[in-house]
Design a protein around this ligand. Structure first.
Ligand code: PBG
Length: 338
């Protein structure tokens, strides 16, 4: 029997999800998340010296800058629309000590870097890590006594570290050390010294991760850590409820923003944090995640721009307000049509 044009074709679906995907304009109409340079915090490594840059072999395309080279580099980030940068010093080995005292030297490398940036660009946000690992001859984030990273004594050191950074002009203090109670102690120390405008971005859910490897090369802490783990203070990758407790404590102690770190393997944590607390939540798209995509792309296995943008979008989709990412400059250039 011949089928006329009005024959009902009941076997076909009423709802066709593909209809919205048919055109570029229709895909743009229904897109749920957008990326913009506003979403990026650019982590920058700083090295000693004048008019110097250094390559980092385990992070191709990422370089360390001497402080005098930072105004130009940060100027480019600013021109691309990136709102803030995060600074990480590669402290000369001879300045590393068991107590990490270089951390609270007001003329240390990171303070020189802050001043160089703020003099040239007062309107870009500068964020600094608070943790002793760039300064500590044990490579740990805190002070080691009898083989153990001690909590309360470390917090006193971290408060001194934060104060010199803030006095040099740092806008956001970002404790990455995972000591208990440090957010409350830092808030008190900052406020007592007239710095109540300074923001606290807590690395609240920071996991003990293999993905930090290239970063430890970049700040030259790997050789000092000598293969020891940070498992007694950073979180167990098996845990998720514990991450929510960490975040709850840090919000209670006065954190303005929360970070989850690493990012890619922890998108579930980001989503739980954001939906439970509704606080500005950031991901650190860490060095190993950068290296993974970069080495694969450099060897022809992946399309660099495509996987970079897909990765950054995943953080937005999971609920992030923004991402610390070594891709910041490349991604912002792409978004600006460069
Ligand atoms: C140190 C710190 C680390 C990172 C940021 N701050 C490494 C660590 O905890 O050993 C990692 C960042 C990255 O891998 O890109 N407190």
């Amino acid at each position: 029997m011949a089928r006329g044009p009005s024959t009902p074709v009941g076997v076909f679906p009423q709802t066709r999800m593909r209809r919205n995907r048919r055109w570029d304009w229709s895909r743009r109409m229904v897109r749920e998340n957008l990326l913009s340079p506003d979403d990026f915090i650019w982590p920058i490594f700083v090295c000693d010296g004048k008019d110097r840059t250094e390559e980092i072999p385990t992070m191709p395309g990422v370089i360390r800058y001497s402080p005098d080279r930072l105004p130009a580099a940060v100027g480019e980030a600013k021109a691309l629309g990136i709102p803030s940068v995060a600074l990480f010093p590669a402290t000369p080995a001879e300045l590393k000590t068991p107590d990490g005292a270089e951390a609270w030297n007001p003329d240390n490398l990171v303070c020189q870097a802050i001043r160089a940036i703020k003099d040239a660009h007062p309107d870009i946000g500068v964020m600094c890590d608070v943790a002793l690992d760039p300064f500590n001859s044990d490579g740990h984030d805190g002070i080691v006594r009898d083989g153990h990273v001690v909590n309360d004594e470390t917090i006193e050191a971290l408060c001194r570290q934060a104060l010199v950074q803030v006095e040099a002009g740092c806008d956001i203090i970002a404790p990455s050390d995972m000591m208990d109670g440090r957010i409350g102690a830092l808030r008190k120390a900052l406020d007592a010294n007239g710095h109540d405008r300074v923001l606290l971005m807590s690395y609240a859910a920071k996991f003990s991760s293999g993905f930090y490897g290239p970063f430890r090369d970049a700040i030259d802490s790997a050789g000092f850590l000598k293969g020891e783990s940070k498992d007694t203070y950073q979180m167990d990758p098996a845990n998720s409820d514990e991450a929510l407790r960490e975040v709850a404590l840090d919000i209670d102690e006065g954190a303005d923003m929360i970070m989850v770190k690493p990012g890619l393997a922890y998108l579930d944590i980001i989503q739980r944090v954001k939906s439970q607390f509704g606080i500005p939540t950031f991901a650190y798209n860490v060095s190993g995640e950068y290296a993974m995509l970069r080495f694969a792309a450099d060897n022809g296995a992946l399309d660099y721009e495509r996987v970079m943008m897909e990765t950054l979008m995943a953080f937005k989709r999971a609920g992030c307000s923004g991402v610390l990412t070594y891709f910041a400059i490349d991604a912002a250039r792409l978004l600006n049509g460069e």
